[in-house]
Design a protein around this ligand. Structure first.
Ligand code: DGJ
Length: 743
């Protein structure tokens, strides 16, 4: 990769084999944007890529120069109030009440590798030659605020990571009213906007619409990134499919309130902005203080949506997730939540664990209800000590018994919350986020602790670290079951109340950092009523996340398919649960529940003692299968093939790095009578390799499977014969493809 500065034309050109990113210092000193897309030639005169046009009614910067109008110039850090009437990336209010800034080029330098962001999650490098970072300093001459713009280009793939640090080098106290992480001005609007939206138990559904004039946006003002919109956006060309065409993916590495928007102006220029949601944010910057924005990642591809996703997967799996578990196959777990809810005793848990052990499960996770007076969801949160009535031997005791049984032990926490009925709340009612003198809204009978206050975080840290230090806990499920209301911190002065949401998330990150550093071999799984905070920020601390509280296999097809747009398979928490399903009351076959859950971290969420012998035999086969193939399933190259959002059938597949093994998952929602011939055209295989499909003697070359396709026609449908397993609704099949040497 290369970062070139053409001194004469003041053009920066960052490029690698896949992409170019081009900017220049404009005549007024601001940083203009010239190009982001497929790699183009580097040449000295690239400044002529800047389009200037004298348009009627424009507000112009220089007397007599009608073409230099910020409204019509593509920019890197557009400001409010000096002629650009589109949404800006930054707004700073000053002591005299003005909100104008004028960020002019001051200096730049190039570093190899990539700097870490203090207190914030971000992508990283392990070797300096993996990436280069261009740091450009812009200075506002009046306030003396220095904007330090970071642009990292990775050697591999079409990735640019961006963030900005604002330094107050002047003498007056200022207020950042808006500090977005990314602005990208694209020269046209021929794009479709793709977002991942939904609600609790219906997270990350793919929604696509054509870009239109004006502003379209997604975001969250709940305090968590939310079930409703994921901090991810893709702009794709109308003709782009999963396997071909241009797309740009935008992802914000942040878990709090965010905004992602595209604004199409009157001349069809598209401005994309991403960052902390400005409506719930302001930040006081005293002289000598600085503010670092979260990091935003942009990925350009001309290899279709699968190409974009695979780049995100590699980056987030290898250079965002960290630690002991990053590259390790994830343990097959059993979680007791849907098996018992709050109705358990130590003996009952041990019986579930013992059956799980017999089936080959490696980790038992004790979910909600083990602490304080937590007999239902109305009490106990905040009191992180085992309830002796349920666990007479404490956490250390039950963990020990599990270990002796040969199964690892994991534990649920909801560190950020407190019930009114808890010792912690009785001691510290002032520690909850609420406005003194006003009523407090609750969610699930609980309040949100003020994690913007270091003292609160310290107290929760002490309780958690004590348990993790004293007992053999191998896994932590970190839950978060309500959003913030009446946002106010009794610990901050009036002029800093706009900082609470962001400081809260910094507190969450701080606690995660301390615990993951102190207990590096503990596997953390993030959770927020399922997928309410399934975002890249969390991935930095917890390499996997519980994708949704909806465990129904059919619902999960859409949730996991949507999630895979941005997030690696190794990060998607997936479990086989009981039927009828607890969320939709649907009866799906056991094999389909597993066939969906294999494409994730894989586990069970039911009482295995309630299954028939036949079912237990099937579970044992499933676990053996997962153990055999989990490296491929979790870390292979993943391809979406048929979308559950479009059809009655869905298909996806994973391919090993050497392309000698692949697994295809094929799923049909409703049964079809006397249906059509169906084939699935596969991806990513080696055309020259001959693959055996399952244990069939039948072999096919990669080129046949990719061009003609894998035959999935169901010859049983419409005619249920005695000698056959009847084919039902919610049918699915797995095809394991293994390279064979032909004589
Ligand atoms: C919400 C989570 O998503 C569930 O898996 C479970 O842990 C419950 N909370 C427990 O209260």
């Amino acid at each position: 990769m290369n970062i070139v500065y053409h001194q004469q034309s003041k053009v920066f050109h960052m490029y690698n084999e896949s992409i170019s990113y081009v900017m220049m210092v404009l005549k007024n000193g601001h940083l203009g944007h010239l190009y982001f897309g497929k790699k183009i030639h580097d040449r000295k005169g690239m400044s002529d890529l800047l389009e200037l046009a004298a348009r009627p009614m424009a507000s112009c910067t220089f007397m007599g120069d009608k073409a230099f109008s910020l409204e019509h110039i593509k920019q890197e850090l557009p400001v409010f109030g000096t002629g650009d009437y589109r949404s800006s990336a930054v707004e700073i209010s000053q002591e005299n009440g003005s909100r104008i800034s004028d960020f002019q080029y001051h200096s730049h330098h190039v570093d190899s590798g990539k700097p870490l962001l203090t207190g914030l999650p971000a992508t990283y490098t392990e070797d300096d030659d993996e990436a280069s970072t261009l740091v450009i300093d812009l200075l506002d001459p009046v306030t003396k605020v220095r904007a330090e713009l970071f642009y990292t280009i990775f050697a591999e793939g079409g990735i640019i990571a961006r963030s900005i640090c604002y330094h107050n080098e002047g003498a007056q106290a200022l207020k950042l009213e808006r500090a977005l992480s990314l602005c990208l001005d694209l020269p046209d609007c021929e794009y479709q906007w793709l977002q991942l939206s939904g609600a609790w138990s219906r997270e990350r559904q793919i929604e696509i619409h054509k870009l239109a004039s004006g502003i379209q946006a997604i975001g969250s003002m709940r305090g968590n990134s939310s079930h409703h919109h994921n901090p991810f956006l893709a702009l794709k060309r109308p003709e782009t499919t999963e396997s071909q065409g241009e797309a740009i993916g935008f992802s914000l590495i942040y878990s709090g309130n965010f905004l992602m928007q595209a604004e199409v102006d009157a001349h069809d220029v598209t401005r994309v902005l991403a960052g902390i949601h400005p409506d719930t944010f302001s930040w006081k910057l005293e002289p000598k203080e600085c503010f670092q924005t979260p990091e935003a990642v942009m990925i350009y591809t001309d290899q279709g949506l699968n190409g974009m996703s695979q780049t995100f997967h590699r980056l987030y799996q290898k250079r965002l997730a960290r630690g002991y578990w990053r590259d390790r196959e994830r343990p097959i777990l059993i979680n007791n939540w849907e098996a018992t809810y709050f109705d358990f005793t130590e003996e009952k848990l041990l019986m579930i664990a013992s059956k799980a052990k017999e089936c080959g499960i490696e980790l038992f996770v004790l979910d909600d209800g083990w602490f304080g007076a937590r007999n239902n969801d109305q009490a106990g949160l905040g009191d992180w000590m085992a309830n002796p009535a349920r666990l007479p031997n404490g956490i250390a005791g039950i963990a020990q018994r599990m270990e002796e049984m040969g199964i690892k032990f994991g534990l649920w926490f909801e560190p950020e919350m407190v019930n009114e009925d808890s010792d912690l709340y009785r001691r510290h009612p002032e520690w909850v986020i609420s406005v003194p003198g006003r009523a407090k809204s609750h969610g699930r009978y609980q309040y949100v602790l003020d994690f913007s206050n270091r003292e609160v975080v310290d107290c929760i840290y002490e309780m958690m670290a004590k348990i993790l230090g004293q007992a053999k806990v191998s896994y932590v499920k970190w839950d978060m079951n309500r959003s913030i209301t009446e946002c106010f911190s009794s610990n901050l002065p009036p002029e800093r109340q706009g900082e609470v949401y962001h400081r809260y998330i910094l507190g969450v990150y701080d606690l995660y950092e301390r615990l993951t550093q102190q207990f590096p071999e503990v596997l953390f799984e993030s959770c927020a009523s399922g997928g309410g905070r399934f975002d890249p920020g969390m991935l930095y601390y917890a390499p996997q996340g519980w994708a949704s509280d909806d465990t129904d296999a059919v619902e999960r097809m859409k949730i996991q398919y949507g999630t895979s747009l941005c997030y690696p398979i190794s990060s998607i928490g997936t479990h086989v649960s009981m039927v009828p399903n607890h969320q939709v009351y649907r009866q799906t076959p056991l094999h389909t529940r597993a066939n969906v859950a294999y494409f994730g971290t894989f586990g069970y969420e039911l009482d295995l003692n309630k299954l028939t012998e036949e079912e237990i035999a099937e579970v044992k086969t499933q676990i053996a299968f997962m153990k055999q193939y989990r490296r491929l399933l979790q870390f292979g190259t993943f391809y979406r093939i048929k979308s559950p959002f479009a059809e009655n059938e869905m298909a996806w597949m994973v391919v090993s790095e050497d392309k000698r093994t692949a697994i295809v998952g094929w799923y049909r929602v409703l049964n079809v009578v006397n249906g059509r011939f169906t084939r699935v055209r596969l991806h990513g295989l080696d055309p020259e390799i001959c693959y055996q499909i399952n244990a069939d003697s039948f072999c096919c070359y990669g080129d046949e499977l990719m061009n003609l396709g894998l035959c999935t026609t169901d010859s049983t449908a419409g005619e249920v014969r005695r000698e056959q397993t009847p084919c039902t609704d919610f049918e699915s099949r797995l095809y394991v493809l293994s390279a064979v040497e032909l004589e």
